[in-house]
Ligand binder design. Structure first.
Ligand code: NAD
Length: 339
């Protein structure tokens, strides 16, 4: 199949592209390589996919990897001129939209970026899917849509009408927009609410990376809500296995039953205490963190926990990486990548 993966220079998009390529699919990766975090990490991921920094940096220029199965193009999702041309020329079967402005805390200071990438950009992608008879549109939502949901584990049947950050509001909006396009234009869409993804090549703005980096540099780590937080940490390989299963399975049975719109949680189905997570990092680094205990951050939630029964039932999804193994893989990569 020919798959467009947006956000291909990002953490999850990079892995998704890699696994799709290893399974013999043709992948076109798209990213605007913005500087929300270290762009060199984004270029290094693309290098792993066979694209050099000089090639990738050019705007709207298709570059081919040595294997020829991977093509990369730097385009903004907001670009209403070039995005439709790309769709017309490349004739994708499937679109996997992982490009977005991520991060809960950043959305409080930079709301416009979220509207540009996550709302305007998302609409442009939907329009391209509509105009190019895309067979299946798979996109990233987030566990943050659950806001202060008290009922655990979080189920896709729970009410998510009360987001507490603009980031969450844009992700919830994506689900609503996808529903509308599924209904009006009969496009099979599948939304995935990701739960705190971590692992090698992970994002520098997320806890795993921030903690490791600070501990290595003998700097204190900021522990919000005095450590009284829990997250359904999900290892990148488990996430990508789920994403690829969804991409590979034809939605034909859904078309027959007119079930064009689908939504799943994708997590580890387990909630880990933040302080236990930090302990695991300390064990792997052989160093104890200096912890600055802080108040809860605006926009943050105390606990996340994914109910993934639907994904198990429909896709035989089986996350199996323990925190112990996952944290070790990240630390091994971190030491190697940053010498
Ligand atoms: N990592 C997590 O724990 C997590 C949790 C919940 C949801 N998500 C969602 O999963 C998706 C992937 O997340 P990630 O962790 O890989 O993030 P990431 O920031 O590493 O990747 C996103 C990529 O999209 C690109 N991008 C952003 N805006 C763009 C635009 N307007 N046009 C083109 N490219 C653009 C960025 O340059 C980046 O490389 C995102 O939609 C994110 O919101 C991630």
């Amino acid at each position: 199949m020919k798959v467009l993966v947006t956000g291909a220079a990002g953490f999850i998009g990079f892995y998704t592209s890699k696994v799709l390529l290893s399974k013999g699919h043709q992948v076109v990766g798209l990213d605007n390589i913005n500087d929300y975090y270290d762009v060199n990490l984004k270029y290094s991921r693309l290098k792993e996919l066979g694209i050099s920094k000089t090639e990738a940096a050019e705007y709207n220029t298709l570059c081919q990897s040595h294997s020829e199965d991977f093509t990369f193009v730097r385009i903004n999702l907001e670009d209403r001129e070039e995005l439709p041309k790309l769709f017309k020329n490349e004739k994708f079967d499937i679109v996997c939209n992982l490009a977005a402005q991520a991060g809960v805390r950043y959305s409080i200071e930079n709301p416009e970026t979220y509207v540009d990438s996550n709302l305007v950009g998302f609409l442009n992608i939907l329009e391209c899917c509509r105009n190019n008879a895309i067979k299946h549109f798979v996109y990233a939502s987030s566990s943050s849509v659950y806001g202060m949901n008290k009922k655990i584990p979080f189920s896709t049947d729970d009410n998510v009408d009360y987001p507490i950050s603009l980031y969450a509001a844009t992700k919830k909006s994506n689900e609503l927009m996808a529903h509308t396009y599924s209904h009006l234009f009969k496009i099979p869409t599948t939304g995935l609410r990701f739960f705190t993804v971590y692992g090698p090549w992970g994002r520098p703005d997320m806890a795993m990376f921030l903690f490791t980096d600070a501990i290595v540099k003998d700097k204190p780590i900021k522990v919000f809500n005095h450590g009284k937080m829990e997250r359904d940490f999900t290892y990148i390989d488990d996430i990508v296995e789920g994403v690829v299963r969804i991409i590979e399975k034809s939605p034909s049975n859904r078309i027959e039953s007119q079930e064009y719109y689908k939504l799943y949680n994708i997590g580890n189905n387990n909630s880990v205490k933040l302080l236990d997570f930090i302990k695991e990092i300390e064990i792997n680094l052989g160093k104890v963190a200096t912890k600055d205990m802080m108040e809860m951050q605006p926009g943050d939630v105390v606990r996340t926990w994914a109910d993934v029964d639907e994904l198990i039932k429909d896709y035989d999804y089986s996350p199996n990486t323990s925190i112990k193994d996952g944290v070790k893989s990240f630390i091994d990569w971190f030491k190697d990548y940053y010498n």
